[in-house]
Design a protein around this ligand. Structure first.
Ligand code: FES
Length: 191
């Protein structure tokens, strides 16, 4: 319980610098170690159980996705536009943090080397560690369990995150950059 509270506080600090994010998330990694090798060891019985449950899950999942899509669409419509301070002067291949759609929602804006803007919710879709922009690798990275995301699409490049980052729509108007809405991503298929 205290761990999730600490994590929330970490994210609310609005971190974008790689070293700050790594320092802040180190205690979280220690408390929630993640071993990819262990995850891969699935027993035969577990696999059969999985197959038995798949049919029912597909049916329930389809209904769930439809409901979720409707809710996401409604959420996106309900969000108001917000100017992102400092974005207009952001240098290419760099990032800044902002809050959207509320002051409690940490987000990250990246201006890629070609000058394009891309924004995402800062919570990693694995266990909610804050992601940061790696200028060296030109991608969004999660320090907790080595997940990485494509900066142009938010898609998972590698690591344990189950789905892309939640995208924030951005628009440039009269030289200012605005957040226009948020789209929750769908779960990763086959990955
Ligand atoms: S929280 Fe685990 S990879 Fe991001």
């Amino acid at each position: 319980m205290s761990s999730s509270k600490n994590l929330s506080e970490t994210i609310e600090r609005v971190l974008s610098d790689e070293s700050d994010v790594r320092d802040a998330t180190a205690p979280f990694q220690a408390e929630f170690p993640y071993e990819r090798d262990e995850e891969a060891q699935v027993t035969r019985r577990e696999f059969c159980n999985f197959l038995g449950l798949t049919s029912a899950a597909l049916f329930v999942g389809a209904a769930g996705f439809a409901t979720k899509a409707a809710l996401d669409a409604r959420e996106s419509e309900a969000l108001s536009a917000a100017r992102i301070d400092g974005a207009a002067t952001l240098a290419p291949n760099s990032s800044l943090n902002f809050n959207y759609p509320t002051e409690r929602d940490s987000a990250i804006l990246v201006r890629t080397a070609d000058g394009a803007y891309h924004a995402y919710g800062q919570k990693c879709t694995h266990l909610s560690c804050p992601v940061y922009y790696s200028r060296d690798h030109q991608r969004l990275e999660c320090p907790c369990h080595e997940g990485a995301f494509d900066v142009a699409t938010g898609d998972v490049l590698y690591g344990p995150p189950p789905r892309a980052l939640d995208a924030i729509e951005v628009e440039v108007r009269d030289g200012q950059v605005w957040a226009m809405g948020r789209n929750a991503s769908a779960p990763r298929v086959g990955g």
